[in-house]
Ligand binder design. Structure first.
Ligand code: NDP
Ligand code: 8X3
Length: 252
């Protein structure tokens, strides 16, 4: 029997959750559009995968580059079944009155507007085919605000609301939408947040066992491999030692 081709587009595939998702979806038989800013990382990943890939290098904050790059995909790659809106990061952790305006721009422009730009390019292709599945990676930080994290939390709360709105608006078009809210996952996330300060980023994961990127990739793979009739709306995933954005059971 002829195998039906499945394509997934993953933003932020160069690291952490996005990279692990690429590996697992490739194992599940998906051809992949790998997106990120670090070209070498995407090439190194593509070389390891068994399914076909295309790598797209762009910054999701750059509106015209994002649209031009995605619209420039060869037609046969526009039949995207799964869009994983994963690219994003926190930048800084300080009281809002001391916040760096550039950090705010990176979080709002990347985590929120970038997700919207990518979705705006891909949604018409899904609507035309009357099928598709969008996975938005928000965070427990989108459900609960913590001290010193106002803008990151706001950006992830926006992702949650965008997920709800997408699910409503795409309902008549056969496109499913899933919001996934991870707790603490040990990736490059904290290195980016603390601008390379290793001591600060390691401290985030000390005294308990955090999630690893593969745990979230596992959830994404589960969500997209359910029968067509099943739409998982929301998933919140904590390490066993976490109970809320700020409640951890630590050894030390
Ligand atoms: P990483 O820092 O390991 O990965 C972030 C990915 O996003 C990288 O591949 C990076 O690629 C890409 N990215 C960041 N900014 C941009 C941009 N402006 N344009 C294009 N790509 C960008 O962190 P995670 O894997 O942990 O993060 C993935 C998602 O999960 C994020 O949205 C994050 O907010 C969310 N999340 C993470 C949690 C955690 O504890 N780690 C918990 C909850 C949610 P490149 O630098 O090559 O562009
Ligand atoms: C990442 C998790 O709690 O460090 O979204 O903000 S947290």
């Amino acid at each position: 029997m002829e195998q039906i081709r499945k394509i997934a587009l993953i933003t932020g595939a160069s690291s952490g959750i996005g990279r692990a998702t690429a590996v697992q979806l490739s194992e599940a038989g998906y051809d992949l559009v790998l997106c990120g800013r670090r070209k070498e990382r995407l090439e190194e990943l593509a070389a390891q995968l068994k399914t076909d890939t295309v790598s797209l290098v762009f910054d999701v904050r750059n509106k015209s580059l994002t649209f031009d790059t995605l619209n420039g995909l060869p037609e046969e790659w526009k039949a995207i079944d799964v869009l994983v809106n994963n690219a994003g990061n926190a930048h800084g952790l300080e009281p809002i009155q001391d916040g760096d305006v550039q950090d705010w721009d990176m979080m709002i422009d990347g985590n929120v507007k970038g997700l919207l730009y990518v979705s705006k390019a891909v949604m018409p292709w899904m609507i035309e085919r009357k099928k598709g599945h969008i996975i938005n990676i928000s965070s427990v930080a989108g459900k609960q605000t913590y001290a010193n994290g106002a803008v990151y939390c706001a950006s992830k709360a926006a992702v949650e609301k965008i997920s709800e709105g997408m699910r409503l608006d795409l309902l008549p078009h056969g496109v499913k939408v899933t919001n996934i809210a991870p707790g603490a996952v040990n990736t490059e996330f904290s290195e980016v947040r603390f601008k390379g300060d290793e001591a600060k980023s390691e401290a985030v994961y000390r005294g308990y066992e955090p999630l690893i990127a593969e745990d979230i990739a596992d959830a994404i793979t589960y969500v997209v491999t359910r029968p067509a009739r099943v739409q998982i709306a929301d998933m919140t995933i904590f390490p066993s030692a976490q109970a809320s954005a700020t409640s951890f059971w630590k050894d030390d």
